[in-house]
Each structure stands twice: as C-alpha cells, then as structure tokens.
Ligand binder design. Structure first.
Ligand code: GDP
Ligand code: GDP
Length: 469
C-alpha cells in the first residue's frame, strides 16, 4: 500500500478510524507501533503542528485501514511528574481515539504507574484494548493475570519484539474499529472514493454538546439564554469563539458540558433595527454551521412566520438535530390548539425530520423550562445514533418483503444490503443493482421505516444509493 506522503497529518489522511497506543515509558509502545505499521508498508510521518514527537501512520490491519498513533517519546517533553507527563502526552490522542491500545510490560508486572494510568483511562470513556507485552516464551503469565485487576477487560498477551500474538491483535483491532463501511460479506461493492464524504468516519465528539438557540428577533432567545445560565452552573464566561462573529458560552447539566453557539444579535440589541429577513437568517446560518442541535425558538403567541419555516429548512439542509421551543407559553390562551397548529406547520416543512420534539415553556417565568435540556440531550443522542449492520439488514429484508421495490423501466431493482455510513446525522447507504434508480416514494418508505424501527424521531435521516454493476 504505497500511499503518497501527505504534507500534513489530519487533513491529509481523512476519515480513518484512529487507534492510539498508550502506556508508561518502556513498555514497548514504539516497538508495537512499528510492528503494526510495518516499517516497509506504512507511511510513518510526524504530524506537524500537533506534537513534535508523535508518530502517526496509516496501517492496514486485516483489510481495515486505520490511523495509528504512537504516544511514546512524548513523556520527555513535559517537565512534570511522571504521571503528569504520561497524561499530557496521551490526553489529546486519547480524546480523538476510536480505540486505545493500553500497553503494560508483563515482565515487570503491574506498577503503580500502570494502575494510575488505567484509572485515568477508564474515565475517558474510550474503548480500550489491554495489551500485555513482552510475553514471548510464556514469560509474564503472572502479570497478564494480574492485569485483570486494572478493570479494563482481559489482557491480550503479545510480544511486540518477537511478533508473537500480533496477528490476533490485528484481528481484534479490525473487529473493534468503527464502522462497517464496506462490509466484506457483500461482493462487488464500489470502493469508497477519496474525498467521498459518505464514507466519513466521524471523530467521536470528546467535547461539549454544541447548541444553537435560533429564532426571529423577540422570540425570547436572550431571555432563554439567561434562564439557562441562571439555572445551570456556568463553567466559563463568554470567550472568543471559533469565528469573529460568534461567541461561545459554556454551561453544564448533569450529563456534561454544553457549549452555546451564540450569535452576537442575541446579547447586543444593536441588530434589531436591521430588516428582519436579513438579520435573522444570516445570523442563523452562522450559528447553525457550528451547532449540533438547534433550538428553534418561536414566540408562541404569534404562530409561525415564513422566516421560521426558512430557518427550519436550513436546519434540515444542514443536517442538524432540532428541538422546537414554543416560548411565551404563559401568554398563550388556547394551548392545545396553539401547540398543534405550530408543530404541524413546522413539521410539514421539515418532511425529512418527522417527529421533531416540541417543548413549551416560558423563558420569562421559568415555567416548563426544566424539560428543555433533557429534550436536547435526547435529540443529540438520536442524532448520534448508530445502528448495528446486522440489525439493519434484518429490518431491511423484511421491509423489502413487505413492499417489493418497484419496476424501473420494466426491470426490477435488486437491493442487496444496507449499512450506516455515519452518524451526526444518521446516514445510510443502500447497495444494489441499479439502486441509484430507486424512486423517491420508495426511498421515503424506507426512511420512515428506519425512523420507526430504530426510534429516530425528529432527526434528519440521509439515505444514499450505490448501484453495483
Ligand atoms: P516505549 O517507551 O513504550 O515506546 O517502549 P519501546 O518500544 O521503546 O521499548 C522499550 C524496550 O522494551 C526496548 O528495549 C524494546 O526492545 C523492549 N521490548 C519491546 N517489546 C518487547 C517484547 O515483546 N519483549 C521484550 N523482551 N522486550 C521488548
Ligand atoms: P430575542 O430578541 O429573541 O433575544 O428576545 P428577548 O429575549 O430579548 O425577548 C423579547 C421580549 O419578549 C422581551 O420583552 C422579553 O421580556 C419577552 N419575553 C421573553 N420570553 C418571554 C416569555 O416567556 N413570556 C413572555 N410573556 N414574554 C417573554
């Protein structure tokens, strides 16, 4: 696999599952890295701008391409305690890892440093594979047993230097890295193309949930923001955000941190005199780009305005999760009628997002506001949802049986397989002979079925069709 050497790290080797090797110094991380990467085949390159000593390679393990990162050598860089140095060197890499290989030296037994590292690692919430190295010739069996006590599952015994257990290890890694992009049980599938976004393996978000509160002027966005910050613990004050035009505010609920992507119009009232259309939508686009979940906020006493629909369509087009917030509920007279009228109207223009969650509240009095954050969390979970390929195809088969795909130009389409290419939002690929000709109403039937069967209301679901020859 002679990959051309990319000039930079992240951007040049996109979409690969990230496998990170960690452990205290001298356990054999570099040896393992070289063993897995294969000196001859792999592209071993420093990653400029990340950390000087980090080694970074593209490795092919059992037919699965991964990005392999070795954290060895970083320990020397930071002038702190051993624990501090180990952490500093691994923190960033682990935060972006799809799989962490945690190495211990079975010859020296479990040390306090291993123990400390394991404790820290368990709290990071990443999948970990525990590796007992230096076990050639059955050495270190005792330590391998002892390694169970680290609470990271059963250790895999290998010898990086002598190449023992490496084939098994490669298989374990290949089995654990997400996702099944092109399943090997199906023949003749098209290869993912370079830059083919559909095959993206998204980095798992280590950071806060990114939230935008969007709506027309006077819907009550600022009042809502203040309410949220007042009721929840504020972590940091307003700080410079990613772009000049936006400001990030962080707070937390019991699940974790939330970052509010704020548009300047929300706090400064200066923009209110701009023409409505212009102000609201341009500010919304900015915030949308950075948000995962959008709270589309309406003044419920005014019903739905064309601009609200415009924003709604934007949310759908950008593939964001959405929560519909009906504010000023204290001032609404006929609540049942109002709720239904507004929700129906919004949902009608969000045809790809059926079942959007609706929360009614008063930002002013705080009534009903408690339901907002849990609803946002639930929407975020759905937006991040991954459905296992097996379950997906069991459903697919029965869906095809219930309604046979239509004839197109007098011939049957042969749909063979479905797989989830990515989440955020959930995106599925259907493979089959002339699959690309599948009519839209049948696609809608499948999307609705997916939504129902796998409980994904209110999130955009993307379907892609790949014809096989
Ligand atoms: P790192 O600091 O964790 O990257 O560790 P290295 O890869 O530099 O290895 C530290 C030492 O352990 C070196 O002297 C290696 O030759 C040795 N080593 C690595 N793997 C094995 C192994 O499987 N068995 C034995 N006996 N020694 C090993
Ligand atoms: P923004 O332009 O979307 O940020 O809206 P503001 O938060 O500035 O609110 C606009 C006006 O609506 C202010 O006069 C608020 O006091 C009022 N308002 C906000 N929330 C509520 C609410 O829940 N009920 C009522 N009755 N008024 C509200």
């Amino acid at each position: 696999m002679a990959e051309p050497g990319p000039p930079g790290g992240e951007a040049a080797v996109p979409y690969l599952p990230v496998v990170v090797i960690v452990g205290r110094p001298n356990v054999g991380k570099s040896t393992l890295f070289n063993r897995l990467a294969g000196r001859r085949h792999a592209l071993v390159a420093d990653t400029p701008g990340v950390t000087r000593d980090r080694k970074d390679a593209v490795a092919m393990l059992r037919g699965r391409k991964v990005r392999l990162i070795d954290t060895a050598g970083l320990e020397e860089a930071a002038p702190e305690s051993l624990y501090g140095r180990m952490r500093a060197s691994s923190e960033m890499a682990v935060a972006h890892a799809d799989l962490v290989l945690f190495c211990i030296d079975a010859r020296s037994g479990i040390t306090p440093a291993d123990q400390h590292f394991a404790n820290w690692l368990r709290r990071q919430g990443r999948p970990v594979l525990l590796i007992a190295n230096k076990t050639e010739g059955r050495a270190g069996a005792a330590a391998a047993m002892e390694a169970y006590s680290l609470g990271l599952g059963s250790p895999l015994s290998i010898s990086a230097e002598h190449g023992e257990g490496i084939a098994d290890l490669m298989g374990e890694i290949a089995d654990r890295v997400p996702p099944e992009v092109v399943p090997d049980v199906v023949e003749d599938l098209p290869e993912p193309q370079d830059g083919d976004e559909d095959y993206e393996v998204p980095p798992r978000p280590p950071g806060p949930l990114k939230l935008a509160i969007i709506g027309r002027p006077n819907a009550g966005k600022s009042t809502l923001l203040n309410r949220l910050l007042g009721e929840e613990r504020m972590i940091t004050g307003p700080e410079a955000g990613l772009t000049r035009d936006s400001v990030a505010v962080r707070f937390a609920d019991e699940v974790g941190p939330i970052e509010l992507v704020d548009t300047p119009g929300m706090r400064k009232k200066a923009r209110v005199d701009l023409p409505l259309e212009k102000m609201s939508v341009s500010a919304s686009i900015e915030a949308l780009k950075m948000a995962e979940i959008v709270v589309l906020t309406l003044d419920a006493t005014l019903g739905v305005h064309e601009q609200d629909l415009q924003i709604a369509r934007l949310i759908e087009r950008e593939g964001r999760g959405c929560v519909l917030a009906l504010n000023k509920w204290d001032a609404v007279e006929d609540r049942e009628v109002t709720r239904k009228a507004i929700a129906d109207r919004i949902e009608f223009s969000l045809s790809q997002m059926r079942g959007i969650p609706v929360v009614t509240f008063s930002a002013l009095t705080g009534a009903g506001i408690k339901r907002l954050l849990p609803t946002i969390r639930a929407a975020h979970e759905i937006w991040n949802k991954r459905v296992p390929t097996g379950e997906l195809n069991r459903w697919f088969e029965s869906a095809l049986e219930r309604h046979t795909p239509p004839l197109v130009e007098g011939r049957r389409l042969k749909l063979r397989y479905i797989t989830q290419a990515k989440a955020r939002p959930p995106t599925f690929i259907i493979f089959g002979t002339r699959a690309e000709m599948l009519p839209e109403d049948y696609q809608r039937y499948l999307v609705n079925g997916l939504r129902e069967r796998f409980k994904m209301p209110g999130t955009p679901i993307r379907l892609q069709l790949r014809g096989t020859k």
